[in-house]
Structure formats: C-alpha cells, structure tokens
Design a protein around this ligand. Structure first.
Ligand code: ADP
Ligand code: MG
Length: 325
C-alpha cells in the first residue's frame, strides 16, 4: 500500500507550487492512474514518492511505514522515470538479470514484452520503443511493494502503446504491488486505472472510477482536459433550460442533431473517424461539438438544431469552477 499525505512542493520561492497538498492511498494489487496536463506536477509527485525529491511538507507511507526520511533504495518502491536509463555497457539480458529475479521469471517477462529476441543486444542497438520495453521489463522484475510508472509508453506509436498497455493490465496484480501509473493521455488513464486521479496545477481535483471521472468531471478544468474531446461547456443557457445560473457541461455524444432541439448552430467543421463523425459548430452559446454517425454528418455551413440529453448534463459554478451536485 502506498499512501501520500498532504504533500507540498514548491521549487522556486514565491513561484506556483508543483504540489499543493496531494493525498491519496493505493492498495496492494490496485492500479491508480494519475492523469494531468503537462506541468501539472505528475513527475514531481512520483519523484517525491520515490524519495528523489524532498517535499516541503507531508508524508509518504508504504505498507503503513513512514518512509519520508528513507533513501530511495530503502522504500521498497520501483520507479520507472519518463526517460529511463539502461546500463549502456550491459546487454539487454544482463540489464534484466540485474533486477535479481529468477531466470524463468526473466524469460516470462521478456516474452510478455516481446524483447526475448533482443537479450544479447546492447541498449544502443535498440529502437526507442524497444529500450522502453526493456526498462518496463526491468521494473516489472524488481520485487517491490509498489511500482511507480512515469508515462512509460508516451513515446511509442499508438498501436504499440495499446498493445503494451493491455499486457500490463493483464499482469498478475501481485507482480506490481500497488501501481501508480502517471500519464497525460486520457485513454491510457481510463484503461489502466481501477481509479483515475486527475491532477491539475498540483492538486488532485478528483479521484474516482474511470467512468465516474469521465461522466462527471469535478471541475471546469477537469472537464476541459479529460476525454477524447473536451467537454462542451455552455454558458448562458442554464436558466433558460431550467438548470439554474450555471455553466452546463455536456459531452459531444450527449447532443443530438435535431431541428426541434433547444439550440441553433452552424456547422464549421466535420471530422470523420470510421463510423463516427465529430461535428464542430458555432452556436449562440459558443463553440459546441457533437458526435453523430458518419452517415448522418451534416454538410459544412448547414444550419442545424441541437438537442441536449438532459439526464447527462453537469452543472458548474461560474466563479469556483466546481461541479454542482
Ligand atoms: P508534469 O510531470 O506533470 O509535466 P512536473 O512535475 O515535471 O510536471 O512539473 C511541475 C511543475 O514544476 C512545472 O511547472 C515545472 O516547470 C516545475 N518543475 C519541475 N521540476 C523542476 C525543477 N527541478 N526545478 C524547478 N521547477 C521544476
Ligand atoms: Mg512529467
């Protein structure tokens, strides 16, 4: 179990904090995805947990022990940095055996990550993606109470990223102890995390099941950041539609093109993706995106009506940005 309690960190005196009071708990066998935009404090958080960076305040506990004053190697955690260094003078095989795991385990993990054909090579003879897979394999082979991954697949091509993510989530949960998986990618977070924590400007604004975070982002910032598309945020229609004086948040798939709908809009752009289309419009309430079947996509410039799925609307306070229950 890994526990963060009220972690605070500011690099430059007088500057904005990189961590502004971060608390959470991840159980053994659980996977927590931490997602946030670039600069939101993700790497700082992992470095503080790993003991590579000293927090200004707060505590880190592993399986109940306060490890805040312990050196990185004494915390029982394995940390895979964003760009991990393998030992350049050692073959892939020796890099893996350095984790001191039994041979059959090394073979199994090497096969899982499809690097079993590369064991004799030096890191310099590998592609970036292969090097990253070796680094992930080494982390998986290190027996630890908790695993900290900092955007492990961010630099890989999407199909490779998806394949590796599937393998990671198919692993026996005991292998990873408690896993904290940091990413800026919405899809990664949704598919790796049992829970997803949204980190924005050094604060966890929400920590919940992936679906809950997607359906009802806790703040306007989270609503703008999370998802394949930002949530539509509609200002100025709340009272007219009976939702009160709030900004309304609605996902593109919860709007329908309907001449009898509540809103008037004009089509600015249509983006096709296989079966789906994303239709970007300008409306009286600003820019609004709508998802529809590709065959139903309207023509550019068309004037259309939009109907909101009223059961799916989130309401946000205009001044605090917080979701209103
Ligand atoms: P993320 O990993 O989410 O992109 P980081 O933790 O790397 O975010 O950075 C959080 C904030 O702290 C950023 O504003 C970044 O510029 C700042 N920062 C990170 N590392 C340092 C450092 N060593 N010295 C000064 N500022 C830093
Ligand atoms: Mg980072």
């Amino acid at each position: 179990m890994i526990e963060a309690q009220d972690l605070e960190k500011t690099y430059d005196a007088g500057g904005a904090p990189a961590l502004a009071g971060v608390s959470f708990c991840v159980q053994r066998g659980e996977r927590l995805a931490i997602v946030g935009p670039s600069g939101s404090g993700k790497t700082t958080l992992l470095r503080v947990l790993a003991g590579l960076e000293r927090p200004d305040a707060g505590a880190v506990r592993v399986d109940g022990d306060d490890v805040s004053e312990r050196a990185p190697r004494k915390r029982g955690l394995v940390f895979l940095a964003q760009r991990d260094a393998l030992f350049p003078h050692m073959s892939v095989g020796r890099n893996l055996r350095f984790a001191a795991a039994p041979d059959d385990r090394v073979a199994a993990i090497a096969a899982l990550l499809e690097i079993d054909g590369l064991l004799e090579r030096r890191p310099a003879q590998l592609s970036g993606g292969q090097r990253q897979r070796v680094a992930v394999a080494r982390a998986l082979l290190t027996h630890a109470r908790g695993t900290l991954f900092d955007e492990p697949f961010a630099h890989l091509d999407p199909p490779v990223r998806v394949a590796l993510r599937r393998r990671l989530t198919a692993l026996d949960r005991e292998t990873l102890g408690a896993l904290i998986y940091v990413t800026h990618d919405h899809e990664d977070a949704m598919n790796v995390g049992d829970r997803v924590a949204v980190l924005i400007a050094g604060k966890i604004v929400q920590c919940d099941a992936p679906r809950a975070v997607y359906d009802a982002p806790a703040t306007l910032d989270a609503a703008r950041f999370l998802g394949p598309l930002p949530m539509n945020l509609i200002d100025g229609l709340g009272e007219e539609l009976g939702f009160g004086p709030f900004i309304l948040g609605v996902r593109a798939e919860h709007l329908a093109i309907d001449g009898d709908g509540e809103m008037r809009a004009q089509v600015e752009r249509v983006e096709l993706s296989g079966t789906d289309a994303v239709v970007e419009t300008t409306s009286s309430a600003g820019r609004v995106s709508v998802r529809c079947a590709a065959e139903d996509a309207p023509a550019l410039g068309a004037r259309i009506g939009l109907r909101l799925d009223r059961s799916k609307i989130c309401r946000y306070d205009r001044s605090t940005g917080a979701r209103v229950a």
